[in-house]
Structures are given as C-alpha cells and as structure tokens.
Write a protein that binds this ligand. Structure first.
Ligand code: SAH
Length: 453
C-alpha cells in the first residue's frame, strides 16, 4: 500500500529539491514531488498522482516559508519552462547547486573527501544570456512570442524575459506588434502554416554588436526590407540581419540555408583577450560573464607553464582551446561538428595563434589516432555534452596517461560517473569548482581537476 492516495490533502515537510527544481517531501519514505515548494518548508498539498515508488502533489499553501524564498520577478515564471528556481534567492540557488554537485560526487563518484567548492556565481544574476531563440506563433488570432512552457510547445507569451538582453526584449515586442501589419504571418506548428518561425537575437557582449536571425519557413520573403527597417529602428546596435530558411516539419530551430539580409555575416566578441567571430549558427557559450570565470578556472587547473601540449576534447568553436593557447606550447582541439572546426580555425587565425591544430571528428576516434601518430598531451581538457565522456575516450586517457586532466562538465551526474572511472584507473580528483552559468535555472556547470597518482 502506498502511504498516500490520489486526492489526499496533507501537510508535509519539504526536504530536498530535484534537479528540475521541484520540492521533495517524504511521507513514510514515499517521495512526493511538489512544484514550487522549497527545502525546509512545511506546505499543504493536494496529491495529484501516485506511482509505485513516488508521486506528484500540487502546492496549496505554504505554512512555513523557507528563508530563501523570494517572489519570482518574472510575470510568466509559473508557466514558462525557461527558468525553474526564480522563487529561490540567489544565495539559495548557489547553495542548491553546490549541494547538487557534492551529492553527485559523493553518491555516484563515491568520492566523499573531494573538496567541492562554493559556487562561483554572478554579481547580477539577470539579463545574462547573449543568445535568445524566440518562437513566434498565433494564439486566439494574436501574435505571441516568448519561450515554451515546460515540456510543451505552447508559447508562454511575454513582453519581458529577465534572463535575456534588453535588445532581445525590444525585438521580441516590436516584431510581435508589427508582424501582421507588415503582412508576415507567424508560424503555426500544428498546421505548418505561416512564415516566421523563430527570431534569434545574439549579442556580442564585449563589442555590443547585435545579430538578428529571422527563421522563416520559405525562402521567399517579400517583407524583408520592412523587417530590416523595423529591426534597425528597434535596436540601432544591430549590425547583422540574417535569414535562415527552415521548411521542415521539425522542432529543430535552424534549417540548412542561411542568407545575409543586411549588414555583416558575423558579429565579433571577445572572451578575455581572445577574439571570436560568431555566425548565425555557431555554437557559443550563452553566459559571457561566467564563460570567463569558467575558462579561467579551467586554465588555473591546467596550470600551464608554456611548455605543455594540451588536447581540448569536445572543443566546439575552439573557445577553450584558444584561451589555453595563450599559455600552452601547443593546443590540439577536436570536435564532431565540422562547421564548428571551421570556426575554430578561423578564430585561431583571427587572433594570430600559430600553436593550434583543429580536427573534426569524434574525440574517441581522433585522440587515439593522434597518440598513434606521436601527438601526445601533457594536459587533457574535456568539455563533453550532458551524456559525459565516451567510454572509448576514457579508456584512451587511462592507456595514454596524460599527467593532468581538467574536466569541464554541464552535468554533475555524468561528471561523477566519469571521475569514478578515472579514479579506478589511477587518477586522483583534487578538487571540483562549480560555476553558475545559468542563474534562475537548475542547470549546473562544474570544473574538476585530476592528477595522475
Ligand atoms: N568546449 C566548447 C563546447 C562544449 S559543448 C565550449 O566551451 O564552447 C560540447 C561539444 O561537444 C559540442 O560542440 C558537441 O558538438 C561536441 N561533441 C559531441 N559529441 C562529440 C564527440 N563524440 N566527439 C567530439 N565532439 C563531440
């Protein structure tokens, strides 16, 4: 028998927060997930659904609020899927993320003694995103734009997003108002009708340059001139307006064809002293302030003297690689997306680096081949996607035994799993530094430093 039944109303004590930001209360050991509740709170709930080993309940009333509870400032916080923990103070958010990393390192990594430092967070944890991908649609005959509701493709219509730039707000609102007047139909996902699918706004923080990408269903775009004039009047710092054509029935944002409508093809940004050219579809870290902190941490752990050869696995457009190249003898970057490697090479050239080499391919295949060719690394940096390092890559590390490994991770669970494997193969995890790249959300980034024992 489950200790609670559907439609029960009860008072529970919230103990924990899941990685989705839901509160967790236990009733005789049976976990109930409660959206909106925070650890330490006593809350009245209505049980919505019970499964074999856990259930879901709706928050009715807070009897005892957490000292970390704050009013979420965003008007669509309750429906929008973009942020999960605006109702938690920023101090509380940092504490939550440190605990999330520490729990993973202890439970999954079985490394209770490894120091997990306090999260390096932002002074002002708002308006940080340098890229917004704004879906446009129609609801009840009105143009809507904002971000998707959680686990859905309904748009939570809004005129402000507090984690995006003011410029992105201005373009979102201005286009929303004038779209139909200009004769541009917003896209409807259900029926595949309409023209404008997404508007992507990118800002290069260091230079202030703005790029706007209009993702349209068809290439034919007779209102382009009007749209250009409107965007330029809304945001005078716009230097690049680009059209991307995506005719497919898909929820992937970009299609294959990209054309410059007005201005430049790229915008230029800097991370520290390194310059980057970013095109419409380039992968680029989202939080420019914290990217410097994250890469600075990776650089500190890499402890380069100028004599080392470094491999940067999962290098994207080579951002970490070029950061490292300032202090290393030689840096080799590998990344699976060929376009990103083209960007990396161009950016190396732009900065005048002659001590880098980039290759497109799966890290787990390219790196063993490099070693076979005698290209050895003293320090290996990895920055894999959420699923963590490929097993074959971990095996290569354990065979080739570079003296130092710096692991940049966007998922504490796979980080902990991979640290365990590296520990079992002879590495020691010295310390872990979480860095908050995504305030107001539950996403958590961390850098780990390992040495060969
Ligand atoms: N270090 C970069 C990008 C990190 S994101 C930065 O800081 O900007 C992870 C990257 O790993 C993505 O660019 C993704 O395309 C790439 N990737 C995914 N699987 C890969 C594989 N098997 N081999 C090499 N790169 C891979």
């Amino acid at each position: 028998m489950k200790p609670v039944q559907k439609n029960d109303r009860l008072l529970v004590h919230v103990e924990d927060l899941t990685h989705d930001g839901a509160g967790v209360a236990k009733v005789d050991g049976y976990p109930l997930f409660i959206q909106g509740a925070l650890p330490g709170e006593d809350v009245r709930v209505h049980v919505l659904k019970t499964l074999k080993s856990y259930g879901f309940a709706k928050l009715l009333e807070i009897e005892n609020a957490s000292p970390h509870r704050v009013d979420a400032p965003c008007p669509v916080f309750d429906t929008c899927g973009g942020c999960q923990i605006q109702h938690l103070s920023y101090e509380g958010q940092k504490g939550f993320k440190q605990k999330m990393v520490r729990d993973a390192i202890t439970r999954i990594g079985k490394l209770p003694d490894v120091p997990v430092h306090a999260v390096k967070g932002m002074e002002d944890p708002w308006r940080y995103r340098n890229k917004s991908q704004i879906p446009f649609g129609i609801q009840n005959g009105r143009t809507v734009a904002g971000f998707y509701e959680s686990r859905s493709h309904n748009i939570a219509d809004t005129d402000v997003c507090l984690i995006q730039t003011f410029e992105a707000d201005a373009i979102m609102v201005g286009l929303k108002k004038s779209l139909l007047e200009m004769g541009i139909e917003p896209f409807e996902e259900q029926t595949h009708r309409g023209q404008l699918r997404h508007v992507v706004v990118r800002k290069a923080r260091a230079t202030g340059e703005i790029m706007v990408v209009l993702v349209t269903k068809k290439k034919k775009f007779p209102q382009a001139e009007q749209a250009i004039a409107l965007i330029r009047s809304l945001v005078p710092d716009t230097v690049s307006i680009v059209q991307n054509v995506n005719p497919e029935k898909t929820n992937v944002i970009f299609g294959n064809e990209t054309l410059v409508l007005w201005g430049k093809e790229v915008i230029e940004d800097r991370i520290g002293d390194v310059r980057f050219e970013i095109s419409a579809r380039s992968f680029y870290q989202i939080n420019p302030v914290q990217t410097e902190v994250l890469y600075g941490q990776a650089l500190e752990y890499a402890a380069l003297t100028g004599e080392e050869t470094v491999i940067d696995a999962y290098c994207g457009i080579g951002t970490i690689s070029l950061f490292l190249a300032q202090q290393a003898k030689f840096v080799m970057g590998v990344e699976i997306v060929p376009q990103a490697i083209e960007d990396a090479k161009r950016n190396a050239e732009l900065n005048g680096f002659t001590n880098t080499l980039f290759e497109a391919g799966p890290a787990e295949q390219v790196i063993p081949r490099w070693y076979k060719e005698g290209k050895k690394a003293d320090v290996l940096v990895v920055d894999p996607p959420r699923k963590g390092c490929d097993e074959q890559l971990l095996r290569t590390i354990l065979q080739q035994r570079p003296g130092r490994v710096v692991y940049v991770s966007c998922n504490p669970a796979t980080l902990a799993r991979d640290l365990r494997i590296l520990e079992d193969g002879g590495y020691r995890t010295k310390e872990v530094q979480p860095v908050d790249m995504f305030p107001q959300t539950t996403h958590c980034e961390a850098v780990a430093w390992l040495e060969l024992a």
